[in-house]
Design a protein around this ligand. Structure first.
Ligand code: IPE
Ligand code: IPE
Ligand code: MG
Length: 234
């Protein structure tokens, strides 16, 4: 039987650097092209009725890149948010961030808050952006909050189950992704949504992120529709 349209697609947007290198341009040029490609894709994905997209924009490990590259990525994020805020009347997209935002600079943190507020009443696609996101870090933060609540008798150890634990994660209000896409030919999770993706279908493509468009997304969805999802059953 064919699966229906996935409600939630998670995307590891990889390959910006290689895309720029092929053009003899700096890596930041690739990141800029990647952000534009994301914007176009989101509008189209909203039109075809996808409810949630989570994108991996900056991982907890990406701090180990050069200072130049990290600051180019942060500047791009600032610009992205400013553009959205300026132009938000034309947008249908609701945005929030997942990850440990406390490590971002204060000004950026308040920009993100403003972005979330401004878009909170939008009725279209929900975009979740992974910023300083790492799956293991997310789990550790959840465990710490949980421990504190057990210690303070707010919850009892006996009540801890998968559902309760999920509610301590950054993705608490988001269904698990049915489909995880990674571009650029790499075939790994790189610390992206490990808890949430245990039963996701994976789709890998050699396309570099700035070249990934709605046609490519539809290809991934078509393949997803034909996957046999068994969830451990027969
Ligand atoms: C993905 O592109 C964007 C981020 C990780 C921020 P990369 O920057 O990883 O590009 P490649 O993998 O070096 O080509
Ligand atoms: C994963 O890509 C992180 C993002 C897309 C933000 P990386 O390029 O950082 O991952 P690795 O280093 O190839 O595993
Ligand atoms: Mg990469």
């Amino acid at each position: 039987m064919e699966n229906s349209l996935p409600e939630h697609i998670a995307i590891i947007m990889d390959g910006n650097g290689r895309w720029a290198k092929k053009r003899f341009m700096p890596r930041s040029f690739g990141h800029r092209a990647g952000a534009q490609s994301l914007n176009k894709l989101l509008k189209e994905a909203d039109k075809i009725g996808i409810k949630h997209i989570t994108v991996y924009a900056f991982s907890t490990e990406n701090w180990s890149r050069s200072e130049d590259e990290v600051s180019a990525l942060m500047n791009l994020l600032r610009e992205y948010i400013d553009d959205y805020i300026k132009d938000n009347k034309n947008s249908n997209i609701k945005i929030d961030a997942i990850g440990d935002l406390s490590r971002l600079d204060k000004e950026l943190q308040s920009k993100i808050k403003k972005l979330e507020e401004i878009s909170s009443h939008k009725k279209g696609l929900n975009l979740h952006i992974g910023l300083n996101y790492g799956g293991r870090d997310e789990i550790i933060r959840a465990v710490k909050k949980l421990c504190l609540n057990v210690k303070n008798d707010i919850i009892s150890e006996n009540n801890i189950d998968e559902k309760l634990f999920s509610s301590y994660l950054d993705t608490k209000n988001i269904p698990d992704p049915e489909l995880v896409i990674r571009t650029s030919g790499e075939q790994r999770l790189s610390n992206f949504l490990p808890w949430q993706s245990v039963y996701s279908e994976f789709y890998f493509t050699d396309k570099l992120w700035p070249d990934f468009d709605i046609k490519e997304l539809i290809k991934a969805i078509e393949q997803f529709k034909n996957r046999d999802r068994r969830f451990g059953g027969r």
